[in-house]
Design a binder for this molecule. Structure first.
Ligand code: NDP
Ligand code: ZN
Length: 353
């Protein structure tokens, strides 16, 4: 079978591989919809996870089951499934401790295009199928559902970590697809003011659709000054970080009220340390919490997020700005993600058989 792969850091291309084999608990799936991710770009062009040779890329997929292992109970060939980006080993100590994302080691619940071939191939392997696949509801299109694999759960995880409560004021830094889902998550969780930080017009328009009450352009002035002005010097209850750089942490601490929480899902690609401003962190006593997490995976999470779409409470279609057809076009979609033109939020690739 063929797949689109990272050949080495900075280099991608098509390769031939053997079709994967399902163990007793696993499934083999062929893709119906795929999406490239900013994380794929970091993997290839920033060397974010270190060197990898001839590893098929991709971790966002909706597909059709073509084969299941002898112990798989709930799925059979022909089932259309949502595949989470993170597919933990559910029996691990880390999963039992409540952090399946880190099953087997820090971030090791992320297997696709990290520890094994990803989903940008004719077929891909899913470990622990009963725990890591979810049936695709009939009334959700594969294109809209592929946003569940990573974008929805990641953005929502930012909102969950930040602990958004009814009436809270929230800043969401970054309104790419992840930040937009953080806005949507904060909105569903009952936030009042949602200050969304970003500039690209398409993203700004979508941020308003998903519940942003104010837009902050970080290129036209300091985020801290703008938030403090908008909140009459009070700051906000929660900050969700889904974009920016290491300085964003300092800004987030400065705009947070005492007792507030930061939920970070942004990838930190540079520097050895993150600076926490001493005075604004209450000289060590401000009860300002900082949490950062990898997106959750697994079946239950996918089913719950899908049910938000089924009931019309979440519409992911506004994230999709570019649609391609056929596995071959994954290359074009990935390069689009790398170049991030101003009119891009997220591309998807639809595969029909
Ligand atoms: P995008 O690149 O599409 O969006 C980034 C956003 O950050 C844009 O809105 C951009 O604004 C904004 N931004 C850039 N620089 C600054 C700055 N200096 N200050 C404030 N805002 C800034 O990324 P994605 O939405 O695809 O992904 C966001 C992050 O989430 C990435 O780091 C990605 O790797 C990570 N990620 C993490 C996962 C997890 O499990 N935790 C899973 C998936 C992704 P502008 O409008 O100007 O472009
Ligand atoms: Zn992703």
């Amino acid at each position: 079978m063929k797949g689109f792969a990272m050949l080495e850091i900075g280099k991608v291309g098509w390769i031939e591989k053997d079709k994967p084999v399902a163990g007793p608990l696993d499934a083999i799936v062929r893709p119906l919809a795929l999406a490239p991710c900013t994380s794929d770009i970091h993997t290839v062009w920033s060397g974010a996870i270190g060197e990898r040779h001839n590893m098929i890329l991709g971790h966002e997929a909706v597909g059709e089951v073509v084969e299941v292992g002898s112990h798989v109970k709930d799925f059979k060939p022909g089932d259309r499934v949502i595949v989470p980006a993170i597919t933990p080993d559910w029996g691990s100590a880390e999963a039992q401790a409540g952090f399946p994302q880190h099953s087997g080691g820090i971030l090791a619940g992320w297997k696709f295009s990290n520890f094994k071939d990803g989903v940008f191939g004719e077929f891909f392997h899913v470990n622990e199928a009963d725990a890591n696949l979810a049936l695709l509801p009939d009334n959700i299109s594969p294109a809209n559902a592929v946003m569940l694999s990573d974008m929805v759960v990641t953005g929502f995880h930012g909102a969950e970590m930040a602990g958004v409560k009814l009436g809270d004021s929230v800043v969401v830094v970054g309104i790419g697809p992840v930040g937009l889902m953080a806005v949507a998550g904060a909105n569903l969780m009952g936030a009042s003011h949602i200050y969304a930080v970003g500039t690209r017009p398409k993203c700004v328009e979508a941020a308003k659709f998903y519940g942003a009450t104010d837009i902050i352009n970080y290129k036209q002035g300091d985020i801290v000054e703008q938030v403090m002005q908008l909140t009459q010097g009070k700051g906000v209850d929660r900050v969700i970080i889904a974009g920016g750089n290491n300085d964003t942490f300092s800004q987030a601490v400065k705009i947070l009220k005492a007792g507030g929480t930061i939920g970070n899902v942004n990838y930190l690609g540079e520097g050895d340390n993150i600076k926490i401003p001493r005075v604004e962190w209450g000289v060590g006593m401000g009860h300002k919490q900082i949490l950062g997490g990898l997106t959750p995976g697994g079946r239950l999470k996918m089913e719950k997020m899908a049910s938000l779409m089924e009931t019309g409470k979440l519409d992911t279609s506004k994230l999709i700005t570019h649609t391609f057809y056929g596995l071959d076009s994954i290359e074009k979609a990935l390069m689009l993600m790398k170049d991030k033109p101003a009119d891009l939020i997220k591309p998807v690739v639809i595969i029909e058989y």
